[in-house]
Write a protein that binds this ligand. Structure first.
Ligand code: ARG
Length: 496
């Protein structure tokens, strides 16, 4: 037996690969992080091999003990990874076999092709659960900020031009809705990640009478599994009796199982959309923190200074989250490109999936997490919001609605109010520079309004009462006083 690499090259190959080939082909530098799931997968596989008579009880125990010890060393950082052993699967198996000779039986009826598919699915399943927790936290932070400032109004914008007044909470809840759809997409993706590929072998299964259901159940590939294998949890399997009655979720085609990376694409797609949502939120916060808007103040701990300009406080966290969305989008494109020309089934190209997948998971989780923290450290500048929201032009549409209520067709009302706005712009006292400053819309007199259209009555100017205006917007989904309170309460309840 070839002494250096007992795991995959023994027998067929006369020589070891050269150092540059080893360096080019290794994946241990990044796939080491699958170790926890690799070990759990091997433990379940060993349990099954024992059940079908391939491993004796003492062999099973020796393997489990060996894997457990290796896991503890990896966790403690004392395990020595060997790049010449290529990947996490071979490193762990080779070390196990070195310590426990019966480890050589562990790879019975298994290939690295179904093993890597298993490990990545298990890893991603946990990642999704952890990410969902972070998203819920971010949603809570948005709801809290809305609740704390439930009476604050700001202009809503289209084309980044002032449009109509909205409650700040309404604006924040728009993101809560987006994030909820992200959660739904991730959950949906989870249902396809949570399928056990083990038993597919390299491509065509095995002639040995293995028990796929048992392995799947031990590894939690069952309906309604929700808890994540947190990083600090011990690696251990559930007892056989506790999973006996659950329904195993098994892949149904061995060729598909070893070559399918749809689940990774789906996660990266859902992650890309989440990153884009965070990027948009980032952009709003960056604008709001500018002197021009001045709607919010981000606490010092969540801003950074400039190395040159002493007065600066920069919203770097939001900017970086916006910037990082670029690579998350790139990861999705990389994975799609990786897959598009691959013949069935497993091809080594697939090793390139991991860094992109890991990067998306790490980036979106970190961005989501830091956003919750930052939002909990944002103060709303109520005075600036009030000033901006009290711009009467924001209620120009309400004035058109007023005319509609008097029976005027909307197109005509729109035209009339347009003329009123033009009149306000040219009325008013000249400023010092001599230019006409214009008059706020709500300061036109009834007589002036009537020069544009006689339909305006005494009650016309009442339209500009912001409080009444907000009380009127009570359709489902509208930014009205009652409706926003209702939505805040709904989210508070849903997220508790
Ligand atoms: N490191 C490999 C990967 O990431 C594991 C599977 C290798 N299989 C093989 N037949 N070379 O995809």
């Amino acid at each position: 037996m070839n002494k250096k690499s007992p795991v995959s090259r023994s027998g067929r190959f006369a020589r070891e690969v050269s150092a540059d080939v080893a360096q080019f082909t290794e994946s241990i530098s990044f796939d080491w992080r699958l170790w926890r799931h690799d070990i759990l997968g091997s433990m379940a596989h060993a349990e099954m091999l024992h059940k079908i008579g391939v491993l004796k009880k003492n062999e099973l125990h020796a393997i489990i003990r060996g894997l457990d010890a290796i896991g503890k060393e990896i966790k403690a950082g004392t395990f020595k990874w060997k790049p010449e052993l290529e990947d996490v699967h071979m490193n762990i198996e080779a070390e196990l076999t070195r310590r426990v000779p019966t480890g050589a039986k562990l790879h019975t009826a298994r290939s690295r092709n179904d093993q890597v598919a298993l490990d990545v699915r298990m890893w991603l399943r946990d990642e999704i659960t952890l990410l969902l927790g972070e998203i819920a936290n971010l949603q809570r932070a948005l709801v809290s900020l809305g609740e704390k400032n439930s009476d604050v109004l700001i202009p809503g914008y289209t084309h980044l031009q002032r449009a109509q007044p909205v409650y700040l909470a309404h604006h924040l809840l728009a993101y809560v809705e987006m994030l909820e759809r992200d959660c739904e997409r991730l959950w949906d993706c989870h249902s396809r990640v949570n399928v056990c590929p083990l038993g597919s072998g390299a491509i065509a299964g095995t002639t040995l009478p293995i028990d796929r259901e048992l392995v799947a159940k031990l590894l939690g590939f069952i309906k309604f599994r929700t808890e994540a294998n947190e990083e600090n949890k011990e690696s251990s399997l559930p007892s056989l009796s506790s999973v006996k009655n659950s329904e195993a979720l098994l892949s149904q085609n061995s060729m598909d199982a070893v070559s399918d990376r749809d689940f990774a694409v789906e996660f990266c797609a859902a992650g890309a959309l989440l990153a884009v949502h965070l990027s948009r939120l980032a952009e709003d916060l960056i604008l709001w923190a500018s002197a021009e808007f001045n709607f919010i103040k981000i606490a010092d701990a969540y801003t950074t200074g400039s190395s040159l300009m002493p007065q600066k406080k920069n919203p770097d966290i939001a900017e970086l989250a916006r910037g990082k969305s670029a690579r998350v989008i790139g990861n999705l494109v990389s994975l799609l490109t990786l897959l598009k020309g691959l013949p069935m089934t497993y091809n080594r190209d697939l090793q390139e999936d991991k860094e992109r997948l890991f990067d998306t998971a790490d980036t979106v989780r970190a961005s989501t997490r830091i956003f919750s923290a930052m939002l909990r450290n944002v103060k709303i500048n109520r005075a600036a919001c009030e000033r901006a929201a009290s711009d009467p032009a924001l209620l120009a549409t309400d004035l058109a609605d007023y005319l509609v209520k008097k029976g005027m067709p909307f197109r005509q009302a729109h035209h009339v109010v347009g003329a009123v706005v033009a009149l306000a712009e040219k009325t008013g006292s000249p400023s010092r520079s001599g230019a006409k400053a214009g008059k706020p819309l709500n300061q036109l007199t009834l007589a002036e309004l009537q020069t544009v259209d006689k339909t305006f009555g005494r009650d016309a100017l009442g339209v500009f009462n912001l409080k009444t205006a907000m009380a009127k917007r009570n359709l489902t989904g509208a930014p009205g006083t009652k409706e926003v309170a209702k939505q805040l309460a709904r989210w508070r309840e849903q997220l508790s």
